[in-house]
Design a protein around this ligand. Structure first.
Ligand code: 2YH
Length: 269
């Protein structure tokens, strides 16, 4: 699993408005609307929840430790969406206790393996991988003005790819999957989705792509359909610099925003 770096998050807080405008240009939807589509809730219901929830983000030192700016970036995305958010002064268990004492109803925290939003009132725990998958599928669905009956290629059947496939099925897309790991591939046989063996041969045929792999820079300009739309939750980005420059306006990719926004909407649904 890719660990975010301080550089991935640099400027995120200051650029949220601009980021949101870019997202709306690409998809026709705001970050909040994409989050609500990911969770299947109405925006007014989400905004109502903003008035009755208090969110804390707790920095966690386990494993490789604190990522500078991580908790602050998560908090700033939550605030941007209209919810009151605090980053606890304490870390780990002290931070969690501080959040509960401070009246938190939702707590965000991440170690090297898992990033969760726990709703303390309902007892539901939302996993970042699942929320990210749903958020990026919702964004691609908006870009395609509905994916029902559309051919969608999913690259990677890890935690994100697996949930993306489930959501795409719900939306009525025809799903093709490329996955290098034969063990992972096994579970998708006889499930009605097409298994692709030669990625670079089939890539140019797809207008809708979800790159849920952590592989850097393997999709080149020559591999892409001229009208391709790419939702790329995987970090780092799978497109080469040249492919990204040409397709920039048709690529959805960020380090944290869609995942955190979808976690929040799923936590309050
Ligand atoms: O970046 C990560 C993991 N790779 C999980 C991401 C799931 N998509 N974790 C963040 C660690 C944050 C750190 N413990 C902190 O600053 O609190």
């Amino acid at each position: 699993m890719t660990r975010l770096t301080k550089n991935d998050l640099s400027g995120l807080e200051q650029m949220l408005k601009r980021y949101d405008i870019g997202l709306a240009n690409r998809t026709g939807l705001s970050l909040r609307a994409i989050a609500c589509a990911a969770a299947g809730i109405q925006e007014d219901r989400f905004l109502q929840a903003a008035g009755s929830n208090s969110v804390y983000v707790v920095p966690v030192t386990a494993g490789e430790g604190i990522i500078s700016g991580f908790a602050q970036s998560v908090g700033s995305i939550i605030e941007y969406l209209g919810f009151p958010a605090n980053v606890s002064c304490g870390q780990d268990v002290s931070g969690f206790a501080e959040a509960v004492d401070g009246g938190a109803s939702i707590v965000f925290m991440a170690d090297d393996q898992k990033f969760i939003a726990a709703n303390l009132a309902t007892g539901c725990v939302i996993d970042n991988a699942a929320a990210t998958a749903r958020g990026y599928v919702a964004a691609l669905n908006a870009m395609g003005k509905g994916l029902k009956g559309c051919d969608v290629l999913v690259i990677g059947a890890g935690r994100v790819g697996t949930v993306a496939i489930a959501f795409l099925k719900q939306l009525g897309a025809n799903i093709s999957l490329f996955e290098l790991n034969p063990k992972r591939l096994q579970r998708w046989k006889h499930t009605g989705i097409n298994i692709e063996k030669n990625l670079f041969k089939v890539l140019p045929q797809f207008k809708y792509i979800i790159d849920a792999s952590p592989e850097p820079e393997f999709i080149d300009l020559a591999h892409l359909h001229p009208d391709a739309a790419i939702a790329a939750p995987g970090i780092p980005l799978g497109l080469t610099g040249e492919a990204y420059r040409v397709f920039k306006e048709r690529v959805i990719h960020d380090p944290l925003q869609i995942g955190v926004a979808a976690m929040l909407s799923m936590a309050v649904r």
